[in-house]
Design a protein. Structure first.
Length: 219
């Protein structure tokens, strides 16, 4: 009985310490400005308008990612849903600098027309980038030319619409856009069963399919 009474304060202290360490792990991150699903929905016009219209149906840019994902290290952190960012990323490889430059101009004119604010730009002979912001989202684009030692030179262009990393509730569920290439695919982090019940349409699938690959419907 005496041993139990003496050990109890240590047990309580351990619990308090463990709880303190958990809370400190996320203390460096900001609270979300709004629900992740709303931020995710506001990245989709970039896909719908820029890829489907401004850059054209045959644009070599395709969606690589359109989802909320963890900012944490899967090796050291177990609750991957506790700190997340919303990100839509698309990229493409163009045949020459003129085509790549035109794509960059299209992207920048688009965000300017929507009232976004320029916060950074950089350019050189082989590299160009810019960053615009609005609300909790930032829009960045970059063009890079390279001559690898093996293979032919390439002209890569990509754009990124994303939020910062935000801390979430322990029971937070991450979301995916219908434009994400893995939408509806089994995952421990996303409600894939709900995605299967609400499948993407043909346009969304086409835009999310890597350039040059055959469209394969999962539903």
């Amino acid at each position: 009985m005496l041993k139990v009474q003496r050990a109890a304060p240590l047990a309580v202290a351990s619990i308090v310490l463990a709880a303190g360490l958990v809370s400190c792990a996320y203390a460096g991150y900001d609270e979300p400005v709004r629900p992740s699903a709303q931020s995710m929905a506001d990245t989709e016009p970039f896909i719908e308008e820029m890829l489907a219209e401004d850059l054209g149906y045959h644009s070599p840019i395709r969606v690589d990612q359109a989802r909320e994902s963890s900012c944490l290290d899967p090796i050291h952190d177990h609750d991957m849903n506790r700190v997340t960012e919303v990100r839509t990323f698309a990229s493409g490889r163009f045949p020459d600098s003129a085509a790549a430059g035109e794509a960059m101009n299209t992207m920048e004119n688009y965000v300017k027309s929507k009232g976004w604010t320029l916060v950074m730009e950089d350019s050189s002979a082989d590299y160009q980038s810019f960053v615009y912001e609005m609300g909790d989202l930032s829009f960045s684009a970059q063009y890079e030319y390279a001559e690898p030692s093996t293979g032919s030179p390439y002209h890569d262009v990509g754009f990124d619409v994303r939020t910062g990393c935000r801390k979430q509730a322990k029971d937070h569920g991450m979301v995916r856009s219908k434009y994400d290439p893995d939408y509806g695919v089994t995952s421990e982090y996303y409600d894939y069963e709900a995605e299967e019940e609400d499948p993407a349409n043909a346009t969304q699938r086409r835009l999310a399919t890597p350039y040059g690959e055959e469209v394969k419907f999962r539903h």
